[in-house]
Write a protein that binds this ligand. Structure first.
Ligand code: PEP
Ligand code: MG
Length: 324
Protein backbone atom coordinates (compact mmCIF):
# COMPACT_ATOMS: atom_id res chain seq x y z
CA UNK A 1 0.00 0.00 0.00
CA UNK A 2 2.87 2.36 0.87
CA UNK A 3 4.27 1.85 -2.64
CA UNK A 4 0.89 2.57 -4.21
CA UNK A 5 0.70 5.79 -2.24
CA UNK A 6 4.24 6.83 -3.16
CA UNK A 7 3.24 6.80 -6.86
CA UNK A 8 0.72 9.53 -6.11
CA UNK A 9 3.29 11.97 -4.72
CA UNK A 10 3.60 13.99 -7.92
CA UNK A 11 -0.10 13.97 -8.75
CA UNK A 12 -2.90 16.43 -8.18
CA UNK A 13 -5.87 15.25 -6.19
CA UNK A 14 -8.91 14.46 -8.32
CA UNK A 15 -12.02 12.59 -7.35
CA UNK A 16 -13.59 9.89 -9.49
CA UNK A 17 -15.88 12.54 -11.03
CA UNK A 18 -13.04 14.97 -11.72
CA UNK A 19 -13.30 17.46 -8.86
CA UNK A 20 -9.93 18.88 -7.84
CA UNK A 21 -9.51 19.10 -4.12
CA UNK A 22 -6.30 20.65 -2.90
CA UNK A 23 -4.39 18.58 -0.36
CA UNK A 24 -2.11 20.74 1.75
CA UNK A 25 0.16 20.24 4.73
CA UNK A 26 0.26 21.75 8.21
CA UNK A 27 3.71 22.80 9.38
CA UNK A 28 5.23 24.38 12.47
CA UNK A 29 8.76 25.20 11.27
CA UNK A 30 10.75 25.20 8.01
CA UNK A 31 12.26 21.89 9.19
CA UNK A 32 8.93 20.19 8.46
CA UNK A 33 9.33 20.90 4.74
CA UNK A 34 11.25 17.73 3.89
CA UNK A 35 8.26 15.61 4.86
CA UNK A 36 5.92 17.98 3.07
CA UNK A 37 7.78 17.78 -0.23
CA UNK A 38 8.28 14.02 -0.02
CA UNK A 39 4.58 13.47 0.54
CA UNK A 40 3.49 15.54 -2.43
CA UNK A 41 1.58 18.36 -0.72
CA UNK A 42 0.02 20.79 -3.19
CA UNK A 43 0.34 23.66 -0.72
CA UNK A 44 0.97 24.61 2.88
CA UNK A 45 -2.52 25.05 4.31
CA UNK A 46 -1.41 26.08 7.79
CA UNK A 47 1.96 27.38 8.90
CA UNK A 48 1.66 27.70 12.68
CA UNK A 49 4.05 30.58 13.33
CA UNK A 50 3.88 30.46 17.11
CA UNK A 51 6.78 28.00 17.24
CA UNK A 52 9.06 30.85 16.12
CA UNK A 53 8.07 32.67 19.30
CA UNK A 54 8.26 29.73 21.73
CA UNK A 55 11.16 28.24 23.73
CA UNK A 56 13.12 31.46 23.87
CA UNK A 57 13.36 34.53 26.06
CA UNK A 58 12.32 37.35 23.75
CA UNK A 59 10.27 38.08 20.65
CA UNK A 60 11.78 37.05 17.29
CA UNK A 61 12.96 40.03 15.23
CA UNK A 62 11.42 41.00 11.89
CA UNK A 63 14.58 39.78 10.14
CA UNK A 64 14.50 36.39 11.84
CA UNK A 65 10.83 35.90 10.95
CA UNK A 66 11.38 37.07 7.40
CA UNK A 67 14.15 34.49 6.92
CA UNK A 68 11.93 31.66 8.21
CA UNK A 69 8.92 32.64 6.09
CA UNK A 70 11.05 33.21 3.00
CA UNK A 71 12.66 29.79 3.33
CA UNK A 72 9.26 28.09 3.40
CA UNK A 73 7.88 30.17 0.54
CA UNK A 74 10.92 29.64 -1.68
CA UNK A 75 11.09 25.91 -1.09
CA UNK A 76 7.40 25.57 -1.95
CA UNK A 77 8.25 27.03 -5.34
CA UNK A 78 5.16 29.17 -6.01
CA UNK A 79 2.74 26.72 -4.45
CA UNK A 80 0.40 28.46 -1.98
CA UNK A 81 1.70 28.94 1.56
CA UNK A 82 -0.90 30.01 4.11
CA UNK A 83 0.85 31.63 7.02
CA UNK A 84 -1.19 32.09 10.16
CA UNK A 85 -0.42 35.07 12.34
CA UNK A 86 0.56 34.51 15.96
CA UNK A 87 -1.88 32.22 17.80
CA UNK A 88 -0.52 32.32 21.32
CA UNK A 89 -2.53 31.78 24.49
CA UNK A 90 -4.85 28.87 25.31
CA UNK A 91 -2.45 25.96 25.70
CA UNK A 92 0.49 27.83 24.12
CA UNK A 93 2.31 30.11 26.54
CA UNK A 94 4.96 32.79 26.02
CA UNK A 95 6.47 33.46 29.44
CA UNK A 96 8.29 36.61 28.35
CA UNK A 97 5.03 38.36 27.43
CA UNK A 98 3.88 38.17 31.06
CA UNK A 99 0.30 37.45 30.12
CA UNK A 100 -2.13 37.37 33.05
CA UNK A 101 -3.13 34.02 34.59
CA UNK A 102 -6.69 33.23 33.57
CA UNK A 103 -9.52 31.03 34.78
CA UNK A 104 -10.29 29.87 31.23
CA UNK A 105 -7.29 30.34 28.96
CA UNK A 106 -9.08 28.88 25.93
CA UNK A 107 -11.77 31.52 26.34
CA UNK A 108 -9.39 34.29 27.22
CA UNK A 109 -6.76 36.61 25.93
CA UNK A 110 -5.20 34.84 22.97
CA UNK A 111 -4.33 34.96 19.27
CA UNK A 112 -5.83 37.88 17.33
CA UNK A 113 -7.05 39.37 20.62
CA UNK A 114 -3.46 39.82 21.76
CA UNK A 115 -2.28 40.96 18.32
CA UNK A 116 -4.86 43.74 18.05
CA UNK A 117 -4.00 44.95 21.56
CA UNK A 118 -0.21 44.60 21.28
CA UNK A 119 0.03 46.01 17.80
CA UNK A 120 3.78 46.40 17.79
CA UNK A 121 4.14 42.59 17.95
CA UNK A 122 1.55 42.15 15.18
CA UNK A 123 3.06 44.78 12.89
CA UNK A 124 6.53 43.26 13.06
CA UNK A 125 5.09 39.91 12.00
CA UNK A 126 3.02 41.41 9.19
CA UNK A 127 6.03 43.22 7.79
CA UNK A 128 8.04 40.00 7.82
CA UNK A 129 5.16 38.21 6.03
CA UNK A 130 4.77 40.96 3.47
CA UNK A 131 8.47 40.93 2.67
CA UNK A 132 8.38 37.14 2.26
CA UNK A 133 5.41 37.49 -0.10
CA UNK A 134 7.74 38.80 -2.80
CA UNK A 135 9.33 35.33 -3.02
CA UNK A 136 6.35 33.14 -3.85
CA UNK A 137 2.66 32.60 -3.19
CA UNK A 138 1.89 33.83 0.32
CA UNK A 139 -1.58 33.97 1.84
CA UNK A 140 -2.11 35.33 5.33
CA UNK A 141 -4.65 33.99 7.80
CA UNK A 142 -5.88 35.43 11.10
CA UNK A 143 -6.72 33.01 13.95
CA UNK A 144 -9.55 33.04 16.51
CA UNK A 145 -11.71 35.55 14.70
CA UNK A 146 -15.00 36.17 16.53
CA UNK A 147 -16.23 39.48 15.11
CA UNK A 148 -16.24 41.44 11.88
CA UNK A 149 -14.56 44.32 13.70
CA UNK A 150 -11.54 42.09 14.36
CA UNK A 151 -11.28 41.16 10.68
CA UNK A 152 -11.61 44.76 9.53
CA UNK A 153 -9.05 45.96 12.04
CA UNK A 154 -6.55 43.21 11.18
CA UNK A 155 -6.97 43.95 7.46
CA UNK A 156 -6.53 47.67 8.01
CA UNK A 157 -3.30 47.14 9.94
CA UNK A 158 -2.08 44.77 7.23
CA UNK A 159 -2.80 47.40 4.54
CA UNK A 160 -1.00 50.09 6.53
CA UNK A 161 2.12 47.98 6.80
CA UNK A 162 1.85 47.01 3.13
CA UNK A 163 1.69 50.66 2.08
CA UNK A 164 4.50 51.60 4.40
CA UNK A 165 6.78 48.95 2.89
CA UNK A 166 5.86 49.95 -0.66
CA UNK A 167 6.58 53.60 0.08
CA UNK A 168 9.98 52.55 1.38
CA UNK A 169 10.61 50.75 -1.92
CA UNK A 170 10.52 47.26 -0.40
CA UNK A 171 9.35 44.47 -2.73
CA UNK A 172 5.95 43.01 -1.81
CA UNK A 173 3.66 40.68 -3.82
CA UNK A 174 1.01 42.46 -5.92
CA UNK A 175 -1.76 40.62 -4.11
CA UNK A 176 -1.69 38.69 -0.85
CA UNK A 177 -4.94 36.84 -0.16
CA UNK A 178 -6.25 37.43 3.34
CA UNK A 179 -8.32 34.81 5.13
CA UNK A 180 -9.56 33.86 8.55
CA UNK A 181 -9.76 30.71 10.60
CA UNK A 182 -13.31 29.69 11.32
CA UNK A 183 -12.88 28.09 14.71
CA UNK A 184 -15.36 29.95 16.89
CA UNK A 185 -19.01 28.93 16.49
CA UNK A 186 -20.27 32.52 16.15
CA UNK A 187 -18.09 32.96 13.09
CA UNK A 188 -19.33 29.73 11.54
CA UNK A 189 -22.96 30.71 12.14
CA UNK A 190 -22.44 34.19 10.68
CA UNK A 191 -20.12 32.99 7.91
CA UNK A 192 -22.22 34.79 5.28
CA UNK A 193 -21.21 38.12 6.83
CA UNK A 194 -17.53 37.19 7.13
CA UNK A 195 -17.43 35.85 3.57
CA UNK A 196 -17.85 39.39 2.23
CA UNK A 197 -14.72 40.53 4.11
CA UNK A 198 -12.15 37.85 3.26
CA UNK A 199 -10.60 35.96 0.35
CA UNK A 200 -10.93 32.54 1.99
CA UNK A 201 -11.85 30.59 5.11
CA UNK A 202 -10.01 27.76 6.80
CA UNK A 203 -12.08 25.80 9.29
CA UNK A 204 -10.10 25.01 12.43
CA UNK A 205 -11.92 22.00 13.74
CA UNK A 206 -9.64 21.43 16.73
CA UNK A 207 -11.04 24.56 18.31
CA UNK A 208 -14.41 24.63 16.54
CA UNK A 209 -15.31 21.24 18.01
CA UNK A 210 -14.17 22.13 21.52
CA UNK A 211 -16.12 25.40 21.51
CA UNK A 212 -19.25 23.96 19.91
CA UNK A 213 -19.41 20.96 22.25
CA UNK A 214 -18.06 22.90 25.28
CA UNK A 215 -15.48 20.14 25.76
CA UNK A 216 -11.84 21.09 26.39
CA UNK A 217 -9.74 19.55 23.62
CA UNK A 218 -7.01 18.64 26.17
CA UNK A 219 -9.26 17.06 28.81
CA UNK A 220 -9.46 13.25 28.68
CA UNK A 221 -12.39 13.20 31.06
CA UNK A 222 -14.66 14.90 28.53
CA UNK A 223 -13.04 13.58 25.37
CA UNK A 224 -16.15 11.47 24.68
CA UNK A 225 -17.90 14.76 23.90
CA UNK A 226 -15.25 15.79 21.43
CA UNK A 227 -17.19 14.52 18.39
CA UNK A 228 -16.05 15.54 14.90
CA UNK A 229 -18.95 13.68 13.26
CA UNK A 230 -21.65 15.19 15.45
CA UNK A 231 -24.38 16.44 13.10
CA UNK A 232 -24.00 19.88 14.74
CA UNK A 233 -20.37 20.08 13.59
CA UNK A 234 -21.24 18.84 10.10
CA UNK A 235 -24.02 21.42 9.87
CA UNK A 236 -21.60 24.18 10.83
CA UNK A 237 -19.19 23.01 8.14
CA UNK A 238 -22.00 23.09 5.61
CA UNK A 239 -23.03 26.61 6.64
CA UNK A 240 -19.48 27.85 6.24
CA UNK A 241 -18.96 26.19 2.85
CA UNK A 242 -22.29 27.38 1.44
CA UNK A 243 -21.79 30.93 2.69
CA UNK A 244 -18.30 31.12 1.20
CA UNK A 245 -19.31 29.69 -2.16
CA UNK A 246 -22.19 32.12 -2.42
CA UNK A 247 -19.63 34.93 -2.31
CA UNK A 248 -17.28 33.12 -4.69
CA UNK A 249 -14.74 32.40 -1.95
CA UNK A 250 -12.99 29.11 -1.23
CA UNK A 251 -12.97 27.10 2.00
CA UNK A 252 -10.33 24.85 3.47
CA UNK A 253 -10.06 22.91 6.67
CA UNK A 254 -6.90 22.67 8.76
CA UNK A 255 -7.88 20.90 11.98
CA UNK A 256 -7.13 17.21 12.60
CA UNK A 257 -10.49 16.30 11.11
CA UNK A 258 -9.21 17.24 7.62
CA UNK A 259 -6.97 14.17 7.44
CA UNK A 260 -9.42 11.69 8.94
CA UNK A 261 -10.60 8.90 6.63
CA UNK A 262 -14.10 8.93 8.10
CA UNK A 263 -14.43 12.69 7.74
CA UNK A 264 -13.06 12.92 4.20
CA UNK A 265 -16.11 11.50 2.35
CA UNK A 266 -18.35 13.83 4.36
CA UNK A 267 -16.19 16.88 3.71
CA UNK A 268 -16.01 16.15 0.00
CA UNK A 269 -19.79 15.81 -0.02
CA UNK A 270 -20.22 19.10 1.80
CA UNK A 271 -18.14 20.83 -0.88
CA UNK A 272 -14.89 21.70 0.89
CA UNK A 273 -12.18 22.98 -1.50
CA UNK A 274 -8.96 22.27 0.39
CA UNK A 275 -7.84 19.96 3.19
CA UNK A 276 -4.71 20.67 5.20
CA UNK A 277 -3.27 17.91 7.34
CA UNK A 278 -0.07 16.42 8.67
CA UNK A 279 2.20 15.54 5.77
CA UNK A 280 2.01 11.80 6.40
CA UNK A 281 -1.76 11.79 5.85
CA UNK A 282 -1.63 13.36 2.38
CA UNK A 283 -0.95 10.32 0.21
CA UNK A 284 -3.51 8.08 1.96
CA UNK A 285 -6.06 10.91 1.61
CA UNK A 286 -5.24 11.35 -2.08
CA UNK A 287 -5.61 7.65 -2.67
CA UNK A 288 -8.97 7.62 -0.86
CA UNK A 289 -10.28 10.62 -2.83
CA UNK A 290 -9.47 9.01 -6.19
CA UNK A 291 -12.18 6.47 -5.43
CA UNK A 292 -14.85 8.91 -4.27
CA UNK A 293 -17.36 10.90 -6.28
CA UNK A 294 -18.43 14.33 -5.13
CA UNK A 295 -21.79 14.08 -6.88
CA UNK A 296 -22.69 10.89 -5.09
CA UNK A 297 -21.42 12.20 -1.80
CA UNK A 298 -23.33 15.45 -1.73
CA UNK A 299 -26.67 13.73 -1.17
CA UNK A 300 -25.07 11.25 1.23
CA UNK A 301 -23.57 14.09 3.30
CA UNK A 302 -26.88 15.91 3.31
CA UNK A 303 -28.50 12.79 4.72
CA UNK A 304 -25.86 12.55 7.47
CA UNK A 305 -26.82 16.02 8.73
CA UNK A 306 -30.18 14.60 9.76
CA UNK A 307 -28.93 11.60 11.77
CA UNK A 308 -29.18 11.77 15.52
CA UNK A 309 -25.65 10.95 16.68
CA UNK A 310 -21.99 11.05 15.73
CA UNK A 311 -21.81 7.30 16.27
CA UNK A 312 -24.52 6.70 13.71
CA UNK A 313 -22.81 8.97 11.17
CA UNK A 314 -19.53 7.13 11.67
CA UNK A 315 -21.20 3.74 11.34
CA UNK A 316 -22.85 4.76 8.04
CA UNK A 317 -19.63 6.16 6.57
CA UNK A 318 -17.63 3.09 7.53
CA UNK A 319 -20.24 0.72 6.17
CA UNK A 320 -20.41 2.45 2.81
CA UNK A 321 -16.88 3.76 2.18
CA UNK A 322 -14.41 1.99 4.44
CA UNK A 323 -15.30 -1.67 4.20
CA UNK A 324 -11.69 -2.77 3.76
C1 PEP B 1 -7.65 24.38 14.91
O1 PEP B 1 -8.07 24.99 15.89
O2 PEP B 1 -8.29 23.50 14.32
C2 PEP B 1 -6.31 24.67 14.36
C3 PEP B 1 -5.92 24.16 13.20
O3 PEP B 1 -5.49 25.46 15.08
P1 PEP B 1 -4.69 24.99 16.37
O4 PEP B 1 -4.78 23.48 16.45
O5 PEP B 1 -3.32 25.51 16.18
O6 PEP B 1 -5.46 25.67 17.46
MG1 MG C 1 -7.13 26.76 16.68
Amino acid sequence: QKQEWAKLAGEQTRTKDGKHLELAANIGTPKDLNGVLKNGAEAIGLYRTEFLYMDRSELPSEEEQFEAYKEVVERMDNKPVIIRTLDIGGDKELPYLNLPEEMNPFLGYRAIRICLEEQSIFRVQLRALLRASAFGNVKVMFPMIATLEEVRQAKAIFKEEEERLRSEGVAVADKVELGIMVEIPSTAVAADLFAKEVDFFSIGTNDLIQYTMAADRMNEQVSYLYQPYHPAILRLVKMVVDAAHKEGKWVGMCGEMAGDEVAIPLLLGLGIDELSMSATSILPARSQLLGLSQQELSSFAEEMLGLDSAAEVERRVRERFLTT
